[in-house]
Design a protein around this ligand. Structure first.
Ligand code: ADP
Length: 303
């Protein structure tokens, strides 16, 4: 069945946050694509102009580490977003116990993640829903960030859909304290959680509620204080937590190099204004010291 006279529908790939995702062939280019069908239940007028204008901006976000939004069109009351098709994702790689990830491989994945982030942040676009299954991996090992800008366009997914609870584990403390104004730091915090997950091969801070998530963060890095983070007590959902001291970071990441630990600690800085930016992280000595990042096409692949 053809959609919009151009895309030949194939199998369903999965049910995502915003709706069904299916595989399709672009008859114009012969390229395999993934089409995300987004339900637009609430808008009576169908796709509103603001959304379409913003999607146009997303179409212009082109970088080797960002999934390309090839096309977007309304069809039968749903919005269809057409993306390049990707073979696998970082969550699948991390969970696959047959795959050994060397320090150089981890560095390569982090470099690609931060390059994608730095590119979008430079254009003032936040991701807001960074997690390993949003980091897709192509046939040549290239990692690309998926769903850029969608969280803001279509609302925070995890509030509306219960299967989305995992996003909490990647949530920055300012979001957990209800900050209404936040910036690129939320993506850097999430990237730090992904870095931690690559090192330890399991999700780092697995909170069971927002309160518990903050508890897990404070247990790892020590309770946040106003001296580290001056705006802390003014956040909408601020509550005082019992003081806990930080254990040595090294004890949480026994396999990490000193450079890796230093970068991690800068990505996990509480005050978002003091947190390292994606661009600064790319310039950190972790990426220029040995072992150098693995070439993407030499990264281990699932067999
Ligand atoms: P979620 O919202 O839970 O992150 P998505 O909506 O991103 O899920 O995707 C749902 C399913 O479609 C997942 O199984 C995912 O692997 C697959 N998928 C999403 N985008 C692509 C893509 N560009 N290429 C291949 N598969 C994709």
């Amino acid at each position: 069945k053809k959609v919009a006279d151009r895309y030949l529908k194939r199998e369903v790939l999965g049910e995502g946050t915003y709706g069904v995702v299916y595989k399709a062939i672009d008859t114009k280019t012969g390229q395999t694509v993934a089409i995300k069908k987004i339900r637009l239940g609430k808008q009576k007028e169908g796709v509103n102009f603001t959304a379409l204008r913003e999607i146009k901006l997303l179409k212009e976000l082109k970088s080797p580490n960002i999934i390309e939004l090839i096309d977007a069109f309304p069809h039968k009351g749903n919005l269809h977003l057409v993306f390049e098709f990707m073979e696998t994702d970082l969550e699948t790689v991390i969970r696959n116990t047959n795959i050994f990830l060397s320090p150089a491989d981890i560095k390569s994945y982090m470099q690609m993640t931060l390059k994608g982030l730095a590119f979008c942040h430079k254009k003032w676009v936040l991701h807001r829903d960074m997690k390993p299954n949003n980091l897709l991996i192509g046939p040549n090992g290239q990692l690309k960030l998926a769903d850029f800008g969608l969280a803001r366009l279509f609302g925070s997914p995890d509030r509306k859909f219960t299967h989305q609870v995992f996003a909490r584990w990647y949530r920055a403390p300012e979001l957990l304290f209800g900050a209404k104004q936040y910036g690129a730091g939320v993506d850097v915090w999430a990237a730090g959680c992904i870095f931690a997950e690559l090192l330890n091969r399991r999700p780092f801070l697995q909170g069971t509620s927002d309160i518990d998530q903050l508890g897990k963060i404070f247990a790892a890095f020590g309770t946040a204080t106003s001296s580290q983070w001056p705006d802390l007590a003014y956040l909408p959902d601020y509550v005082e937590y019992q003081f806990v001291a930080a254990p040595p970071l090294r004890s949480l990441f026994p396999t990490a190099s000193d450079d890796a630990l230093d970068l991690l600690s800068k990505m996990f800085t509480y005050d978002p204004k003091a947190r390292i930016t994606a661009q600064q992280a790319l310039e950190h000595r972790y990426f220029s010291s040995a072992p150098l990042p693995t070439d993407p096409d030499k990264l281990p692949r699932p067999s």
